[in-house]
Structure formats: structure tokens, C-alpha cells
Write a new protein. Structure first.
Length: 346
């Protein structure tokens, strides 16, 4: 345990202040990308997600750029925001096809719930504009309310801003490596608690076969067989497990550790509004994300398209994570609502 409580450092240990000074994490699609995307789109015929992959969406020059993006997500900061895509060029249907085609060059899309959702629209579904502050993560995300720090169950999370609300909805991202390192220096006794098991439960519609609503223990922070850092966390899921049979109540130290984690995340994060056409890519092993509340209105409506990806360059995970991920080997097809299943058509 002593070794895991030491600072990790490296490019993934960024702070929001550092990214504000160095915007190189915001990367523009290369000049030829628009023409290549339009040609690939024209060649699809009537194919729609998930009935095509990168082979059907050729990007002769842009593919090399996207390969560099994948490497940056795994071996660099773990965060990239892409610019240069103009949603106004495409119908709603074609924008989804373009997003899917681009993301297939980064990894393998995964099912996001047990109903087979593969390309989600994260927008207000309440019909009232009300903020949902309790319940499942899905209910919260499909309202106008804020989202707490969390990870999604995939190696890479991709979000395309199709349109934005008139107020709020600011994206918030924080490096979990930076959180780990700050806590190693300030409060190693609480950091040690985060390397211990926390019981969690996930809603039935977000789990695979045989996993629905079954509580499971997993540490907030962990290291893989080669020392690779990973964090999977949602305080919502920790709270959902409480009171279920066989789940011990949270200790005061666990609550204190989660509170301190949240406080450090607030200090170290970066906040940035989404502009239409921007694509945000986050390695879910080294970042948390959230958002501020927002309001739709006459000036616009917020809608983010979301794809979960298994990365071919992903890190090896601890053996104890297999129950959630399905496969802990580096580069494996893993994660998603049904671990080990691709969202792509056969």
C-alpha cells in the first residue's frame, strides 16, 4: 500500500489551471477532414449505426490524426477536445452517422444499457425543464440538473455537442491522477481509504445479464498488474448500494474520504462550456466528469450525443475488476452495459 500512496505524476496529472494556460489539449481536425468526412458519408448509402464501422467510413489522411488522438488519450493527458466539425452541414441523422464513423476510428462502440442504446442523446427528457437531484445516474443526466463527479463504464467516453442550451451546462473535467497525487501529499490516510473496497450498485437497465442491481465491492482508486492507475467511481452508485442485503453501512472514514475527494476535484478541475460541433474525449481511467445545471429556452436546446468506446490501447486492470469490466487485459473488448459485447453489427 505504501507505494500506491506515492504521487504518480506525468502528463495525466494535470490541473485545470495548467490546461487553461496550455490549450494544446484542444485539437482541431486537420484541414482535409471535412472533405474526407463528406466523401465517407456519401459512400455509406443507407447504412446507419451500428451497421458500419471504420472500414466503411474511410478517412485516408484524418485517420492518422485520430490515431494520435487515441495515443494521447491513453498515454498522455487522457483528455482531448476536438474542434472543426460544423453540425450545420448535416441533418440530425447524418450528424449521428458522422460522429459514429469518426469514433469507430478511435475504438469499438459499446452498448450503453441493456435496452441496446448505442448512441445516446443526453438532453432534458423531463418535459418540464426540472432538475432531477436524486435517483439513477440516467435520470439525472437526462434532466437539466447538475451532475456530480463520476466515470462511465468504458475506456473512452466521447461526447459531441449537437446543440447547446441558452444558459449553463458547463462541462467539468478533473484528472483523477491529480486528485490521487494531491491527496498523497495532503491526506495520505484518507487516500488509503479510497484504495479499499466501497460497495456499489448499478441500476438494472445499466447492467449486463446476471448483474442487474447486484451490489459489488470495488475500490475507488486501484492499480493494475503493471502499476497502471485506474479509478471507477460514482457516489450515486455507492449510495444506491446502501441498505441492500449484505452491504455494510459506510464508515465515517469512507464518507470523509469521498468528501475530501470531491473537494479536491472542485479545486483541480477545469470548466469549459460546449460549443456546437465540439467533441470531448475522456479516458475514464484517469478522469472524472460532471456538469453544471442548464436551462433550455427559445435561444436553443442542449443536446449531447454520446458513444462509449473500448480502446485498443487500453491499460491492464486489476483482476478484481473483471466482474464489472468483463475482461481486464490490456486492449480487450470490455466495459459497456453488457461487458464483452460490441455495439457493432456482426
Amino acid at each position: 500500500m505504501t507505494q500506491t500512496l506515492s504521487p504518480i505524476g506525468g502528463r495525466a496529472a494535470w490541473t485545470g489551471a495548467e490546461l487553461a494556460r496550455d490549450p494544446s489539449w484542444i485539437m482541431a481536425l486537420p484541414p482535409m477532414a471535412t472533405a474526407e468526412i463528406d466523401a465517407a458519408l456519401a459512400g455509406l448509402g443507407d447504412r446507419a449505426p451500428p451497421r458500419f464501422d471504420a472500414r466503411h467510413f474511410p478517412l485516408p489522411e484524418t485517420a492518422g490524426f485520430l490515431a494520435e488522438v487515441v495515443r494521447e488519450l491513453e498515454a498522455g493527458r487522457g483528455l482531448v477536445r476536438l474542434t472543426g466539425l460544423d453540425p450545420a452541414r448535416y441533418s440530425d441523422t447524418d450528424l449521428k452517422r458522422v460522429f459514429w464513423g469518426l469514433m469507430c476510428h478511435l475504438g469499438t462502440p459499446l452498448p450503453q444499457n441493456t435496452t441496446g442504446e448505442i448512441l445516446a442523446e443526453v438532453k432534458d427528457e423531463t418535459g418540464t425543464g426540472a432538475a432531477v437531484a436524486a435517483g439513477t445516474a440516467r435520470a439525472r443526466s437526462r434532466s437539466t440538473g447538475p451532475l456530480r463527479w463520476h466515470t462511465d463504464k468504458c475506456d473512452l467516453l466521447s461526447l459531441l455537442c449537437a446543440s447547446n442550451g441558452i444558459e449553463g451546462g458547463v462541462s467539468r473535467i478533473v484528472s483523477t491522477v491529480a486528485i490521487q497525487d494531491a491527496m498523497a501529499e495532503r491526506c495520505p490516510e484518507l487516500l488509503a481509504v479510497l484504495y479499499e473496497d466501497f460497495w456499489r450498485a448499478r441500476p438494472a437497465d445499466e447492467e449486463g445479464e446476471g448483474m442487474a442491481a447486484r451490489p459489488f465491492p470495488m475500490p475507488v482508486f486501484a492499480r493494475g498488474p503493471g502499476g497502471e492507475f485506474t479509478s471507477q467511481y460514482s457516489r450515486t452508485y455507492v449510495e444506491l448500494a446502501q441498505g441492500q442485503p449484505g452491504v455494510p453501512p459506510l464508515t465515517s472514514r469512507q464518507v470523509e474520504a469521498m468528501d475530501r475527494l470531491a473537494a479536491v476535484a472542485e479545486e483541480l478541475c477545469i470548466e469549459m462550456p460546449f460549443a456546437p460541433g465540439q467533441i470531448q474525449l475522456m479516458n475514464q481511467h484517469v478522469t472524472y466528469h460532471g456538469r453544471t445545471a442548464y436551462a433550455d429556452g427559445a435561444g436553443g436546446r442542449r443536446n449531447l450525443l454520446r458513444i462509449w468506446l473500448a480502446s485498443p490501447l487500453s491499460r491492464a486492470l486489476p483482476a478484481g475488476h473483471a466482474g464489472q469490466w468483463g475482461d481486464v487485459r490490456a486492449g480487450a473488448l470490455r466495459g459497456g452495459a453488457m461487458p464483452g459485447r460490441s455495439a457493432l453489427a456482426a
